[in-house]
Design a protein around this ligand. Sequence first.
Ligand SMILES: [Zn+2]
Length: 497
Amino acid sequence: MSILAQSASKRIMDSAASDNTYYENLEDDREVGTGKSKVQETSGRASSSTTFVWKILGFSVILTTLVCCMLYLFVFTRSTGKVLHISDLHYDPLYKSNALNHRSCACNMVEKQNCTASDTVLYGRVGCDAPLKLIETAFESAKSVIANPDFIVFTGDAIRHHSSVIKGALPDKLISLFRTISNLLTSYFGSTVVVTQAFGNDDFQKNYFFNTSKNCDQPLLRDVLPVFQRGMPDLAKVDTNMFTCGGFYSVSVSSKLTVIVLNTVLYSVRHNPKMSNAGQVEDPMGQFAWFDETLAKLQQDNIFVWIVGHIAPGYESYAMEPMWPNVYTRKYVSIVTKYARIVKAQFFGHEHLNTYRLFESGTNVPSPIIISGSISPIFCNAPSYRVIEYDKSTYDILDFVSYGSDVGEDNWSLRYRFSSEFDIYNGLSNTEMRKLTDRMRNDETLLKKYRMRKGDNDKMPYPQCGTKNDPADKNSELCAIEHLEQDAFEECVSNRI
Ligand SMILES: [Zn+2]
């Protein structure tokens, strides 16, 4: 386009130059009295002026068209939306800032021997969940980098581990903790921003607990609904029946995008109490059927979808063990594959690590599973949140920027931008992330960088956090990224050795 503009410009300049020469010659002729008539002079001058005006007009049209094209490209293909993604806050109201660096002393309500008040740490410790002060500083930092997010993605675990040590009746004590976090979000981001919040395994009365035998009689879900509704100002767009029954729901966040929030605790290998026909139940609480029906309708209406959940399918990053029984993983993969055209993003948490999972190339699912780090530093990861950048016309994920603070400090800063850190400049698609994984197989420096960014703490792993001294072997780690299903994962590990 600039070559066209340059050539048009050159033509105008050339013709303007020749016109000037003509006038100069005319003046010269007059001076020397060559006898040209005034009629001839006037006629020549008028014709030349008309040509000049037409050329200028032509140039203006070309220029205007170019500017319009560039504006169109900028506005309709380059417009970037921004979403705040937070995960695994694990708010601990019992955190003590002046106990020893030991989980049983610093994080539980019962003081034990060996605790002293000499070591004051306000913003959280390795091995502990997050004090309110840490969550406040995280939100304050987020507010300073993204004051008005398009909406907020919250991939679960608002409440600390082992919440049974907190006194109080159920479900009220949990609801009061949910309310504290919800009010805090409102105080920083206002009351109109939509919060798409999933339930994590620690958000229920016991870890991984969801009593499916009670069907839709779920007191916690029923009573916590008003708290979640604060984050969904447009109630008409929210399916509250599914929320109060199974803890899953969908919310329309724009005319072109709906967020489906799943309760994936139902699919965890650690889910309890065990279902009477454990391992055979194909669809706990009817969530898969609802997921399929909801996607079918959205596809019919040409509406894009982002999926938000807590525990992702596939293998976890610590011991490389499956997080869902394979039967559920296969079901999830088949549904997402069926609606691949509209599923533009899949966000999960739970691992407290920055990582991702891929779909097999043959599925044509364009979006990978993107797993976020946590605000709780319990597993020695640096507290973090991220800003997701997406294309506002296609809702594809373009990039994310991770912000973090050192454990125990309030020094939030930009830690890394994913695209420039890992040389991915065409968006975070399944295809591009697969290329990154291939590069990591052959580039030890890149793999090391990925491992460091997983917890964003170069001191990881700490043995005292229950993480291994040595990182998982390279094959297991990369095969877990590349394959969600058991057979494919095992085949990958055995073939690569
Ligand atoms: Zn968690």
